[in-house]
Design a protein around this ligand. Structure first.
Ligand code: PLP
Length: 404
């Protein structure tokens, strides 16, 4: 039978070895090499136990799967190792993870600074829900650290950015914004879903929290919703206790098992996503019916220098403008053979979706004046958000060329 797990070994391993082995070990009873799925909702205990998470020791045994579960725990340890962090907590979806952090770290009277363009669910939660609980929210163009600094107030508790950001692939400088947040006594949270730990490890740039939708690249196959919060051990444990136990949006062990299996191949998948995305982005940039193409790996991206500094892999997300966009979207729905016209991203299958500027601004962002102009500078009247999958670049290009 193999040696037991040693987290010290895991920290020294290379990225690919960590993705495969961190958090896992052969089953001590049977020697099973792949992780078991422990579906049990409850666990037998052999000494008297309290009924409340408030009374628990720091590392309580498994008691009930809303508190902790062995399969979910394996994924949490793998994710912490992949991000170079102390700890991770998993949730039922990316939104459950985001809501857990915002609702556990912020109280009435606190102030949140959030990027003004990001994942719609997060933007709407901050604009609509948090103010109902007395949290003040300022939304700023986080591609300019000076705008973040100007929004900070004495009561600012948390700064929230997303990089690259949905849907326009605008970047935020994590190191610069971490310094601004910390100088003000606030924490920095980074939604790193588009980057993954293969492109960017926000903790190394000074972030306090990393947020992931595991539904995207980390799970990678479009068959399991999940989310994670990653950070300091004690802080993660506090949020997990509050949000997991009391809000209840915990990850199912079956989904954790699927996502463990996806995470193991993340480094090699990201390499292929980025290589193919660069080829597709170059094709789009050279096409006469395509307008602006936004891909952090293209020298034409307005923040290419920051991308090179902050991203070890440019990921697989492209946004582009096209002449007859609404009609083109309909042609895509009917005629694309390989690429699926569908929301979501980060899967092995390529996905594309049209995001009109007026519609998303009316429903979600509520940008005005200079902020709306800054969005239009990237998106014009709207962008096609293309998540480049793992198919052959030539087939994706042929598929796009036929509808353009
Ligand atoms: C999808 C996504 C989320 C939400 O994740 P779900 O798993 O769908 O709840 C949050 N942030 C980003 C950047 C996303 O792409």
């Amino acid at each position: 039978m193999s040696a037991p797990r040693d987290p010290k070994d895991e920290a020294a391993w290379g990225e690919r070895t960590r993705a495969i082995h961190a958090g896992e070990a052969p089953d001590p009873e049977t020697g099973a090499s792949a992780p078991n799925i422990v579906m049990s909702s409850t666990f037998t205990v052999d000494e008297p136990m309290s009924f409340s998470i408030n009374d628990m020791a720091e590392e309580p045994p498994f008691i009930y799967s809303r508190w902790s579960n062995p399969t979910v725990r394996q994924l949490e340890e793998k994710l912490a190792a992949m991000e170079g962090a102390e700890a991770a907590a998993c949730f039922a979806s990316g939104m459950a993870a985001s809501a857990a952090l915002l609702l556990s770290r912020l109280s009435g009277g606190d102030h949140l600074v959030m990027a003004d363009v990001n994942y719609p669910g997060t933007a709407e939660l901050a604009r609509e829900t948090l103010p109902r609980f007395g949290v003040a929210v300022s939304r700023v163009d986080a591609s300019d650290p000076a705008k973040v600094a100007a929004a900070i107030r004495p009561d600012t508790k948390l700064v929230w950015i997303e990089t690259p950001s949905n849907p326009i692939l605008r970047l935020a400088d994590i190191a610069a914004i971490a310094e601004i947040a910390h100088r003000a006594g606030a924490e920095l949270a980074v939604d790193s879903t588009f980057a993954t730990p293969i492109a960017t490890r926000p903790i190394a740039f000074g972030a306090d929290w990393v947020v992931h939708s595991l539904t995207k690249y980390i799970g990678g196959h479009g068959d399991a919703l999940g989310g994670a919060l990653i950070g300091k051990r004690e802080a993660v444990a506090r949020v997990a206790a509050d949000a997991g136990v009391h809000q209840g949006g915990t990850l199912s062990p079956f989904n954790a098992w699927l996502i463990l299996r996806g995470a193991a191949t993340l480094p090699i998948r990201m390499k292929a996503h980025a290589e193919t995305a660069l080829e597709v982005a170059r094709f789009l940039e050279g096409h006469p019916r395509v307008g602006r193409v936004l891909y952090p790996g293209l020298p034409s991206h307005p923040q290419h220098a920051l991308a090179k500094r902050q991203m070890a892999n440019f990921s697989g997300m492209i946004a582009f403008q096209a002449d007859d966009a609404p009609a083109l979207a309909e042609r895509m729905m009917k005629r694309l053979k390989v690429i699926h016209y569908a929301v979501s991203l980060g899967h092995h299958r390529s996905l594309i979706y049209w995001i009109g500027t007026e519609a998303i601004n009316a429903s979600t962002y509520g940008l005005e004046g200079e902020a709306l102009e800054a969005y239009r500078a990237y998106a014009g009247e709207g962008v096609f958000r293309l998540s480049v999958g793992l198919e052959d670049a030539a087939d994706l290009i042929r598929d796009l060329d036929a509808v353009l």
